[in-house]
Design a protein around this ligand. Sequence first.
Ligand code: TRP
Length: 453
Amino acid sequence: MATQTTNTRGNWNSKLGFVLAAAGSAVGLGNIWRFPTVMAENGGAAFLLVYALLVFIIGYPVMVAELSIGRSSKKNPVGAFRALSNSKFFPIVGFWCVLCGIAILSFYVIVAGWTLSYFFEQIFHYAGMMEAAQWISALDNGLLNATVAIIFMALTVWIILGGVSDGIERTVKFLMPLLLIVMVIMIVYVLFQPGAGEGIRVYLVPDFSAIDGDLILSALGQAFFSLSLGMGALITYGSYLSRKENIPEVGGYVTFADIGIAFLAGLLIMPAIFMAQAQGVEVFNEDGSLFAGVALIFQILPELFHNMGGVIGLIFGATFFLLLSIAALTSSISLLEVPTSYVIDEHKVRRKRAAIYVGSAVTVISIVIAFDTSLIGTIDFIFSDIGLPLGGLMMCIFLGYVWKMERAKDELRQGFENVDNSKFFPVWSIFIRFICPALIILILSMTVYNAVT
Ligand code: TRP
């Protein structure tokens, strides 16, 4: 039985492979589309500050928790909670995780589909095919949205079919570094454009009066979303992780990679917003909310590339959107992997079938959203801002009070021999048992309170 499980479940080939796959899951639309959008809506630097704090105070400890639960149980979230306790309640939490994954994936493939559309928009624009460029970039065309979402879902399913190491690991290994390079070059370009200074100021000089309940909840949701936490993606990825690896260490790499790319995306997009404004593009509504909303980066960045002009603009524009769709792909596979591994493990369905079933089911939801993209904001709020922190809270409670810290310590010891003498464990233990749950409960109840009053 044990050997069969290892054979069919697969493993990462190397530490680098795992770090890149987990970082690939973390780095995606959350960093480059969601982060700047949410931040621009929440007053820039103040948001960045709260977000960064929450990543370290809550995100990183929860990430270590998820990886430990996953590697110890070698299961999907539902199976993991079942395997590590007799609780009747926590498998339900596992279902909630699977549900969040499905909901987030359903809109994720649409936004990811837009990145594909804009890849072609850049090419058509360069080729002077203005009508085609306009057609493919019309984000309110339901049929088009549905088509690109289906294409993107098909790509996601196709990679998942390849299994863990061949499919996922190979894809991320060389594309992640490439994305980084393109972004850095673009930032350098943007920083020399008129209006950029104002964007940098808004991005880096905090206005503390902007910090309120909404901002804190958004920052918490963003921390979970961006790190792929709270729905068991990292339980699932951790389940394929070798016992030779040091969980706090690899978790640290993933966290830094994620927050690093988000920071760079902000450095690119905040100045770009103000450049666009300097050029007369309407960016904010009168009440300060974003004019373009979820379509922010799709209204501002393509213009930026067009303005770079010529082949240079084409090369940067096309490369950027292509890499962004690849970053989105390495994230969407982790979203699909959770429900898929659940179906494989718990219903004994083969990987191929499982991936195709789940992918098709989610696509049906995506098609509905494709025709009314305002649903994206609502679903995102319910499942990302509320659902993920709730999931994270449950994982802390599970680890701290049901599975218990000592057993987590035994798991950490594999690959981290020094855990008994290091300061890491006692500090982490306090975070998981007290600080993280208390903060999450506080922030969530603040939201409920604000919504009711
Ligand atoms: N973190 C990814 C991003 O930033 C999205 C993502 C992938 C995700 N897997 C997840 C979000 C699991 C929440 C939970 O784009």
